[in-house]
Design a protein around this ligand. Sequence first.
Ligand SMILES: [Fe+2]
Length: 183
Amino acid sequence: MTDKFDDDIPAIVGWHKDSYPFVCVLMLSDTETSIGTETLLKKGNGEIIGTPNPSKGKAVVLQGGLINHLAPKPLGFTERITAVTSYRAKNPMTKDCSVLRSVKPEVNFGSNFNTFYPDWVNYRMKLVAEKCELIKNEIEKEANEGKTFRKEDWMQSLKDLENYVATTWKEMVVTNEEYARAL
Ligand SMILES: [Fe+2]
């Protein structure tokens, strides 16, 4: 359908990264008579690859927060409707690259200010509490086992924690450019 490096692909949703680390894309449309309904991914070397061609009821999970991807406009299509659900890793120590980009209520009027922001802050603070508990328990355990205190490692863990809290409020900042674009 396209050259391996072709950037000029007719798209329903153009090249982008999602705001959340993982997404599950569930195909709701009947794709029997369409060609090119797969989600396209751009690899690190610029090569474009497609997910297996989805049929109605099939889903793919991808690292949408890290990998540029595109929803092409299929040939012979009548519609391409998908349900997209976002996820983050369950393990609180796994990197969570969530950002708010285009989903902030101030720039996306589908996001409700009074439910979106409390949900955002609450899930982040729940993770912070879990991260603190894990760090505390591990340090205690290693001390009880008589191990040498891993100063550099724990300093890094604390820096990561600090950055995670900082990202939580920084992502809520709305720039003048974002305000202007939303108007
Ligand atoms: Fe996406």
